[in-house]
Design a protein around this ligand. Structure first.
Ligand code: HPA
Length: 275
């Protein structure tokens, strides 16, 4: 996707969506691997499979369904992206951030990014939750490389509060009310799809990261570029490589996400109603 026609593609996708729904979403959610049950808390108005939306990529990873769902939660109009596009699947970086840009284009002001992540922090256990305070982008890439689309945002966007502090405080309150422990920490964004080596995991701990995952950072950058406020919530699906006696596998990641999916969905819907 050439940068020059990105804006036109966003316009075409937005036009298609406006022909399907008059909903004006305020909040956008990206639901990570096996973490889609938030949708059950929605009054759904319309669900659009990715393949029907102009210029959308299609998803391939197990545990990811590809649809954009429009509706309300406690009266708040939302879009939920069930299933995301990952760079490791071979999608272009433009395709990875296209849904987030589209949400911004449709008027979304608050973006909630969720993901599965490997836990690095002391005392973390599979099934725990972590609110993302900040990230370190270790992918060696950036979705804003190339000509800047000035209609979307500035050439050099500020990232000093990439994850909005007020939203972070609200997330902490929601978990406190639900009596569920919530870790706070820095998310390390890596490319994948291979999991980390134990040496990489030691490095990530040393540079101050508490969780590691293969998504989110590009979307956070694209959302900040457009001036959206971002909240990030990780489900710690496993301890990162070398921190437990077990080898890592995708099955463990999806099994843990499934186990806590209902709680995760409830917390997200409580959060949306507080925004
Ligand atoms: N590493 C990277 N990405 C992940 C992990 C992990 O351990 N678990 C879930 N996503």
């Amino acid at each position: 996707m050439a940068k020059s026609d990105q804006l036109q593609k966003l316009n075409e996708a937005a036009q298609f969506i406006r022909s399907k729904t008059a909903l004006k979403p305020q909040v956008g959610l990206v639901l990570g691997s096996g973490l889609g049950s938030f949708v059950e808390k929605m009054q759904v108005e319309v669900s659009l499979p990715f393949h029907e939306i102009p210029h959308f990529g299609s998803v391939s990873v197990e545990g990811h369904r590809g649809q954009l769902i429009f509706g309300t939660v406690s009266g708040v109009p939302v879009i939920a992206q069930q299933g995301r596009l990952h760079y490791y699947e071979g999608h272009s970086i433009d395709s990875v951030i296209f849904p987030v840009r589209l949400m911004g284009h449709l008027g979304v002001e608050t973006l909630i990014l969720t993901n599965s992540a490997g836990g690095l922090g002391d005392g973390m256990r599979p099934g725990d939750f972590m609110v993302i305070e900040d990230h370190i982008n270790l992918t060696g890439n950036n979705p804003l490389i190339g000509a800047n689309i000035k209609e979307l945002g500035p050439r050099f966007p500020d990232m000093s509060e990439a994850y909005d502090r007020q939203l972070l405080g609200k997330m902490a309150q929601v978990f406190q009310k639900m009596n569920i422990a919530l870790h706070k920490g820095v998310y390390a964004g890596v490319l994948g799809p291979s999991y980390e080596t134990p040496a990489e995991v030691r490095f990530l701990k040393q540079i101050g990261c508490s969780a590691v995952g293969m998504s989110t950072v590009f979307e956070t950058i694209a959302a900040n570029h457009m001036g959206m406020k971002v909240a990030g919530l990780s489900c710690i699906t496993n301890l990162a490589a070398g921190l437990s006696s077990q080898k890592l596998n995708h099955q463990e990641v999806t099994d843990t996400a499934k186990r806590v999916e209902m709680t995760f969905g409830q917390a997200l819907s409580n959060f949306v109603s507080e925004i």
